[in-house]
Write a protein that binds this ligand. Structure first.
Ligand SMILES: CC(C)(COP(=O)(O)OP(=O)(O)OC[C@H]1O[C@@H](n2cnc3c(N)ncnc32)[C@H](O)[C@@H]1OP(=O)(O)O)[C@@H](O)C(=O)NCCC(=O)NCCS
Length: 214
């Protein structure tokens, strides 16, 4: 009578972890093919996979590809509204230094909210122009860019990512710029309670500087 092994993977918050464990188990049992019967019950796959639920949290290295893909899809050259196209190594470094918040849904990145220290992107001309227009407190950090996938907009995802960011950076000033013709972004950030504190022209566009205390 064949041996009987039962692997039951109940709910785990990290579905990839569950799947790796199952693959390991299957590769072990292959060695004993014909003698071991494995029945795997996955009683409850991660609810994010089955309920199409959006989960917001701090990004890690595994999110980099999804973040870069969303950034690429929203470049001005593609009709989007992102002013910067940050390279992979810079995004990876930013994520080490400051919280990078992401929204994940069905295994995809559907939103990101980046932050940097004042010094980290000080070489970017638009960041220089922002701080020339508004100095902020000495430990103020730079909020942005923020981006939500087109199909997910208008559902308050930007608000949710900001709420998570605030938990990480309490009582610290955040400073950001928004193109004055970007109505949805102006509305989203006013709803977050941010205030316009200055404005500056850059590359033929007018930008508003917004500030908030976390
Ligand atoms: C700006 C942005 C991050 C807001 O994210 P969001 O999760 O849609 O934000 P909210 O749900 O709070 O909605 C904000 C506003 O977007 C507008 N909006 C609503 N539905 C929308 C849709 N389907 N598509 C676009 N904008 C929509 C509304 O004006 C809404 O404000 P309102 O609810 O007071 O009417 C998102 O529009 C985006 O990624 N845009 C492209 C990149 C960009 O502009 N980044 C900001 C650079 S400063």
């Amino acid at each position: 009578m064949p041996a009987f092994a039962l692997a039951r993977a109940a709910y785990k918050p990290d579905v990839q972890f569950v799947e790796v464990q199952i693959l390991k188990l299957l590769s072990c049992t292959n060695l004993l093919a014909g003698t071991v019967e494995v029945v795997i019950y996955i009683t409850s796959r991660d609810s994010r996979m089955t309920n199409h639920e959006t989960v917001v949290g701090r990004a890690n290295e595994a999110d980099l590809d999804g973040i870069l893909a969303l950034q690429e899809a929203n470049q001005m050259a593609r009709g989007g509204l992102l002013s910067a196209n940050l390279p992979r190594d810079r995004v990876a470094a930013m994520m080490q230094e400051m919280p990078l918040i992401v929204a994940r849904r069905d295994g995809r990145i559907t939103g990101f909210l980046m932050t940097t220290t004042r010094g980290m992107n000080a070489d970017l001309p638009i960041v220089q122009a922002m701080f020339a227009a508004y100095h902020g407190t000495p430990d103020a950090y730079v909020y942005g860019p923020i981006c939500v996938g087109e199909e997910e907009r208008g559902k308050g995802l930007a608000q949710r990512m900001f709420a998570v960011l605030r938990d990480f950076e309490q009582r610290r000033e955040g400073v950001l710029f928004i193109r004055k013709d970007n109505g949805p972004s102006l509305r989203a950030h006013l709803k977050m309670g941010m205030k316009e504190v200055a404005c500056f022209p850059f590359n033929g566009f007018d930008f508003a500087v917004y500030s908030y205390i976390g």
